[in-house]
Design a protein around this ligand. Structure first.
Ligand SMILES: [Zn+2]
Length: 474
C-alpha cells in the first residue's frame, strides 16, 4: 500500500508535462501512471490535485542563515536562522536550501560542517546541503589536504570570494593563488567551486573615487560594483578554472558582461555555470532611488535595463543555469539600516517568492516552457551541486519532493502573505501561480497556506556527476 497518492496533477517530468498520478512510498516516488489509467492503487492518503501543476520541489542553492551581516558586523546583527528561512521556503514551494559552512582558522574541515549542521538539525522544514566556504586570504596547506576526503564524504561544493566586497567589511577575499590550490583539489577529487567573482582592486578603487566625489548614496552602487569588474573577474577566474580543470559555478551574475564571459566559456566546452537572482532579473539600479531602495539590493549590485534583459536572454538560451536568491532573511528595519554604498546590507528576503516569481516572469510573461522552468528552479541546481537524481526530478526512485502550483490564481502579494520576513521587495506584485501544496520526502509539509508538519529537514550528501564536471551539461 502506498503512503500517498497524488492524482490528476499536470506533472512535469524530464519527458514533458503530462496528466499523471504520483505514487509515493517510504519518501520516494514509486509510480507515475497516466491519470485515469491506474488500477485504483491503495494508499493511506489520496489527494486529487484537480489538474494543478506539479514540479520538483524548488532548490535554492544560495541561502545564508544565522550569519552576522557583514556591514553590521560591529553591532553583531544577524540574519534569521534556518528555521525561519526554511519555513518561508516550504510555503513558497522550495524543499531544499543550500547554505554555507564557514571554515574558521584552526578548524578541521569536518568541524566547520558539523558546526553549521547543528544550526539546522531538528529545526528546519526543508532538506539542506552546505557549501564548504573559505573567507580567509589564505587556505593553509594542511586544510587544503583535507578537501579530497571531505569531497568523498559528500561535501561536493565549495565557495570562495574574490573581493572583500566593501572597504568596511571584515576580510573575506581569498587570494588567487589560494583559489588556484583549491581548484586543483576540487578538480582532482571531483567537486564544484562556487565563486563570488568581482575584481577587488577595481571595486576598492571605485569606492575611493566615489567617496572623493561625495557620491556615496545607494544609487551609486553600480559604479562601485561595476560591469568592468564583473567582466575582468569572470574572465580571470574562468581562465584559472580552465587551466586547473576545475568546474565553476559563478554566483549572482549581475551584468551582461558576466553573461558574455559565461557564454564564451561554455561555447568552448568548459564546465562553467551561472546563477542569476530574481531581483537582478526584475529590478534595475533605478530602484535604488526609492525611499527604501535598500530592499532591492544585494552585492554586487543592480545594474541597467540592458543588464537585466540579458539575464532573461541567458536563462532562455540556457547560458545561465540556475535562479537562486542569495537569501538573507531579516526584517525591514535591519534591511534598510544602511543608506550608502558602504553600509547597505546585502542579501534579500526572497526565498518564499522565488518559485512564483519565476513562473510569472518566465512561463507566464515570456512563454518559457515548463521543463526549462523546472531546470532553473530545481533540476539544474541539483545537477550542478551534486544532488541529482535524488533531488530536482520527478522520477521513479527520486525523493518525493514536490511543489504543487495553482496556476489559476492571479493575485497580488503583500508582506502579510509571507512568512520569512516582515517586508518584501515584491510588495504589490501580481503572481500568476502560487503554491498550494509542498511535499518533502512524501510528507505533506504545507497545504492551502497551512503548515502541516514539524521540522524534518536533514543534511544531504553532494556528489557532482562527471558529465557536469567535464562539460557544460546543463
Ligand atoms: Zn551570498
Amino acid at each position: 500500500m502506498l503512503d500517498l497518492l497524488l492524482t490528476n496533477g499536470l506533472v512535469v517530468t524530464e519527458y514533458g508535462a503530462k496528466q499523471l498520478d504520483i505514487g509515493i512510498l517510504g519518501g520516494k516516488i514509486v509510480s507515475l501512471v497516466e491519470s485515469g489509467r491506474s488500477l485504483a492503487e491503495e494508499a493511506r492518503e489520496t489527494v486529487d490535485l484537480g489538474g494543478q501543476l506539479v514540479v520538483p520541489g524548488g532548490i535554492d542553492p544560495h541561502v545564508h542563515t544565522n550569519s552576522v551581516l557583514p556591514t553590521a558586523a560591529e553591532s553583531g546583527i544577524m540574519c534569521f536562522g534556518a528555521d525561519r528561512a526554511s519555513e518561508g521556503a516550504i510555503y513558497g514551494g522550495t524543499t531544499t536550501l543550500i547554505d554555507f559552512a564557514h571554515w574558521h582558522p584552526g578548524d578541521n574541515l569536518e568541524d566547520s560542517f558539523a558546526r553549521k549542521a547543528k544550526e539546522w538539525d531538528g529545526l528546519t522544514y526543508t532538506d539542506y546541503a552546505l557549501h564548504g566556504t573559505f573567507r580567509e586570504q589564505e587556505i593553509p596547506f594542511e586544510v587544503l589536504d583535507q578537501v579530497p576526503d571531505a569531497i568523498a564524504n559528500g561535501h561536493g561544493s565549495w565557495k570562495v570570494w574574490m573581493t572583500n566586497t566593501t572597504p568596511t567589511r571584515p576580510h573575506q577575499k581569498t587570494d588567487l593563488g589560494n583559489i588556484w590550490g583549491l581548484m586543483e583539489k576540487v578538480a582532482e577529487a571531483g567537486a564544484m567551486l562556487a565563486v563570488h567573482a568581482e575584481d577587488d582592486e577595481l571595486v576598492m578603487y571605485a569606492y575611493k573615487r566615489l567617496e572623493r566625489a561625495k557620491q556615496t548614496d545607494l544609487q551609486y552602487m553600480p559604479d562601485a560594483h561595476n560591469n568592468i569588474s564583473e567582466k575582468i573577474s569572470f574572465e580571470r577566474v574562468i581562465s584559472l578554472a580552465e587551466y586547473t580543470g576545475a568546474p565553476i559555478y559563478l554566483m549572482h551574475v549581475s551584468a551582461k558582461e558576466g553573461v558574455e564571459a559565461i557564454a564564451k566559456a561554455r561555447g568552448r566546452g568548459l564546465p562553467v555555470y551561472g546563477e542569476i537572482l530574481p531581483h537582478y532579473a526584475y529590478f534595475t539600479a533605478e530602484d535604488y532611488k526609492h525611499p527604501h531602495g535598500a530592499i532591492y539590493h544585494t552585492y554586487p549590485s543592480l545594474k541597467s535595463e540592458a543588464d537585466r534583459d540579458s539575464m532573461w536572454e541567458a536563462l532562455i538560451a540556457g547560458t545561465v543555469s540556475t535562479l537562486a536568491t542569495d537569501g538573507v532573511c531579516t526584517d525591514f528595519d535591519v534591511k534598510t539600516r544602511g543608506r550608502t554604498i558602504f553600509d547597505t546590507t546585502g542579501g534579500f528576503a526572497g526565498i518564499e517568492m522565488r518559485m512564483a516569481v519565476a513562473y510569472t516572469e518566465g512561463v507566464h510573461k515570456r512563454g518559457i516552457d515548463l521543463n526549462r522552468y523546472v531546470d532553473f528552479t530545481s533540476a539544474n541546481a541539483a545537477r550542478i551541486l551534486g544532488l541529482h537524481p535524488q533531488k530536482g526530478v520527478i522520477a521513479i526512485g527520486s525523493d518525493a519532493d514536490l511543489a504543487v502550483l495553482d496556476t489559476g490564481v492571479s493575485r497580488v502579494i503583500t508582506k502579510d502573505d509571507l512568512h520569512e520576513a516582515d517586508y518584501t521587495a515584491w510588495e504589490g506584485y501580481r503572481v500568476e501561480a502560487w503554491p498550494s501544496m509542498t511535499v518533502l520526502r512524501g510528507h505533506i509539509m504545507m497545504r492551502d497556506g497551512e503548515l502541516k508538519q514539524g521540522p524534518i529537514g536533514h543534511l544531504l550528501k553532494q556528489h557532482v556527476g562527471k558529465d557536469v564536471r567535464s562539460r557544460p551539461a546543463c
